[in-house]
Design a protein around this ligand. Sequence first.
Ligand code: NAP
Length: 539
Amino acid sequence: MTEPNAKIELDAVVVGAGFAGLYTLHKLRGLGLRVKVLEAGKGVGGTWFWNRYPGARCDVESLEYSYSFSEALQQEWNWPERFSAQPDILRYANHVADRLDLRRDILTERRVASATFDDRTHCWTVRTAGGEVFEAPFCIMATGNLSLPRVPDFPGLKTFKGEWYHSGLWPEEGVDFTGRRVGVIGTGSSGVQMIPMIAEQAAHLFVFQRTANFSVPGVNRPMTPDVEHGHKARYAYWRDEAKRTPFGIAGHPPPSKTALEDTPEARAEVYERKWGTGGNISFLYAYKDLLTDKAANDTACEFVREKIRSTVRDPDVARLLMPNDHPIGTKRLCLDNGYFETFNRDNVTLVDVRSDPIVEITERGLRTKTCEYELDAVAFATGFDAMTGALLDIDIRGAGGLRLADKWAHGPRTYLGLMTAGLPNLFMITGPGSPSVKTNMIASIEQHVDWIANCVAHLRREGIRLIEADVAAEDAWVEHVNQVADSTLYPLANSWYVGANIPGKPRVFMPYVAGLDKYRMICDAVATESYRGFKLAEA
Ligand code: NAP
């Protein structure tokens, strides 16, 4: 440990050692910068360090959800499954940290409390909760989009005599639910993944569902040598193709037809094929207008509802599991392994907390308006303060003492999701206003980090000390992000994309949904045109 308050001077401070922070360190080191990464966790891996709940698995195929910047790395790593599980992804993050000799510049168990820009020295002072101080001209927030877990403030949680967990803060040693009465609250991607696993262990599992969610089969399988070697033989080609897609994922040719162009029979065949192949992006790529035309979307919704109807034996339970309040895909489409089938088990009960809301956690369990459930353990799969949460959790103050929390009081404002006016030399990786969560995150991370590293290299070459988003460019970008969102069905859902899951959070659509391919071109053009929309200053 460093002495408390001993100031460490650097060229760049990076906050977070997930996939974004690891790659940023590698790139900035390559430019000859002195860099340290401050990480709250005990290890690297970010999301994959924290989300250790049973069944945690990525919904993007591993041959795609991995770094592309090093041919050696992508050739030597072996993924055991099509959609790898959390322990394997965490192993990969650790392998990268070792392979690239990153650990010597990563300080773990350092939660960043504040970042303050000094108008005089033009440096950022970054303080950890433990009192350590780091100073550098550049500050890069690699804090993740889904990294501030949210436990609803039900009264009585402190009195609960059993144990409780959050999907995003799962104990490292795991949890054994054998013989226990367990409650899972939440049926988003995390709930949908953990429910089938917990059901296999628990004496009884109560699933507390407020909103039914669409989910499609993962169709996961072990990696075969054929698939792996075939992909690796043409890795450069696949990575290049991924760059030209909206999601940053290769292998899914863009659909040419609208849903209503097909007859109902032909449509059913298309959906059935997608259902059998597995994958959420693939399913939403059945037709080109599923996320823009409500009537088209309704056909896909009905197909999935029919699947639920035919899978779940109890018709009342099936009805409750059928989503009916949002178009499919406007909330993150879940990917599951036996989710709906789980409700056919005798030891699983679905509780509808929309009609009978949770009132409190008691000493012995959980009470809804009409019923008390005795529980030994509660697993919160209640999500995150997404996209802005982790940034605003840090007291960030820019030029003239501008507080980011004040600036974003009515919602995040950024230029390209990379910077926000008033915070010179502070970059965000996959910040609000960038494609981020609507893409393969690692592809988006690489695009951002490459852009930032090129920008920093340019500034240093030209003797420019400061870069800052211009207010007019930021306003125009925010307007554009909203216009693009409004041309889709996304705003129709009460999703975390609009902050709807956090009481009191301003309702603003946060990701840029025009696609990573278009976004990449915009960012490249901005850089080529002497960083159009940014103010550059020599001192
Ligand atoms: P989420 O999608 O926000 O889901 C939270 C769930 O908790 C919702 O069902 C929500 O119900 C429920 N909930 C929240 N507050 C509640 C309350 N007071 N009472 C009852 N229910 C409540 O969170 P998540 O499942 O952790 O997923 C977040 C995101 O992480 C995903 O969308 C995805 O992008 C990512 N993720 C990905 C994977 C993967 O790659 N496979 C896995 C996990 C997570 P309402 O809908 O009614 O609000």
